[in-house]
Design a protein. Structure first.
Length: 343
């Protein structure tokens, strides 16, 4: 018995997108409808020789199973379950298409940047959160030496701190790129962002903490910067500026350096030129409290960060002030830096 192909010509080629040949595609479809078929049962318009080659390929790829007849008759074939057999192929191609999609977007952004440089324009304009996110990630992935950022407390428009770390920052640090950031102190009031910043600092990112920042910004290799055109428009229609080498970029770089030098480094033990050795007589919890106090957190924020009560924070600080013979918290902070008390 012979069978005509079960699928319309327009459908027959679809599985070839997953790597199957046209004949393998046709034979697999026939096996789905006709389990336990012999090669002659599937010949149809293809011919038995073509069907045999397709069946061998399907078995090799795990898309079909062969059962030899005990009486010496023709072997019988059964299609593997489509979800199990084709699912991994589909997922593999989906992942590859995702990578290609990003590559195309990256090439488009690089083409746009090159066109802007060729035309001598020092500034490009990007519209929309998607375009801004793509350029932001592409800039960091193309960084060779350094990426510097100002991170105020704002609603994420293109990407969150955590997503940016996963998408670009950790990969940049693995390549040896120096990452320097200045963040607003209020970011450390939120446990999630505080934990993420602490983790990035532990992984090698240089993070300075300041009370307030004027704008969000990224500068890569001192050759290109990205910043919002108007931060107040970000919630409705985000527009960003890409600034290439120019007097404007020089000014933006100086702005970053000013804030970075003024900020308190997250994770530093002290701020003197020759920090004192850590004092082992200070309990670890007190060292943590002093470290968070040094960067300007309130008692309530310190308590939330460490998972203890506010009264506990105040009591411990009071005891430390008595021990340091300090009448103000400023004096306590100075003594802690000199004595190696604070983390």
């Amino acid at each position: 018995m012979t069978l005509e192909p079960a699928a319309a010509p327009a459908e027959v080629s679809l599985l070839t997108l997953l790597g199957l040949g046209p004949d393998e595609d046709t034979v697999y479809r026939l096996l789905v409808d006709r389990p336990n078929s012999a090669p002659a049962d599937l010949a149809g318009l293809l011919g038995e020789a073509v069907v045999n080659r397709a069946l061998d390929a399907l078995v090799e790829q795990g898309l079909a199973h062969c059962r030899q007849a005990g009486d010496g008759g023709a072997p019988r074939y059964r299609a593997a379950p489509p979800v199990l057999a084709l699912g991994p192929l589909l997922e593999s191609h989906r992942s590859a298409l995702h990578r290609v999609e990003f590559l195309v977007a990256d090439l488009a952004e690089r083409h746009r940047a090159a066109q802007g440089r060729a035309a001598g324009a020092p500034v490009e304009v990007l519209s929309g959160g998607v375009a801004i996110r793509r350029r932001l990630i592409a800039m960091q992935r193309q960084a060779e030496h350094e990426a510097c950022s100002l991170v105020p407390v704002t609603q994420p428009v293109a990407i969150t701190i955590a997503d940016n770390a996963d998408e670009a920052e950790r990969e940049s640090m693995r390549r040896g790129v120096v990452l320097r950031s200045v963040v607003e102190r209020d970011l450390l009031e939120h446990p999630d962002s505080a934990a993420m910043l602490g983790q990035l600092a532990a992984e090698g990112q240089q993070i300075a903490v300041v009370r307030q920042l004027p704008i969000k910004m990224l500068i890569v290799d001192r050759r290109v910067a990205l910043l919002p055109l108007d931060p107040e428009r970000d919630e409705t229609e985000p527009v960003a500026l890409v600034v290439h080498r120019s007097g404007l970029l020089t000014a933006l770089t100086a702005l970053f350096e000013q804030y970075f030098s003024q900020g308190r480094r997250l994770g530093d033990a002290g701020e003197t030129s020759s920090p004192a050795r850590p004092d082992s007589s200070v309990e670890p919890l007190d060292r943590q409290i002093l470290g968070l106090l040094r960067i300007g957190l309130t008692d309530a924020a310190i308590a939330r960060q460490l998972g203890i009560g506010r009264r506990t924070v105040q009591r411990r600080l009071h005891n430390l002030m008595e021990r340091a013979d300090a009448s103000t918290r400023f004096q306590l902070g100075w003594h802690a830096a000199q004595s190696g008390w604070a983390d």
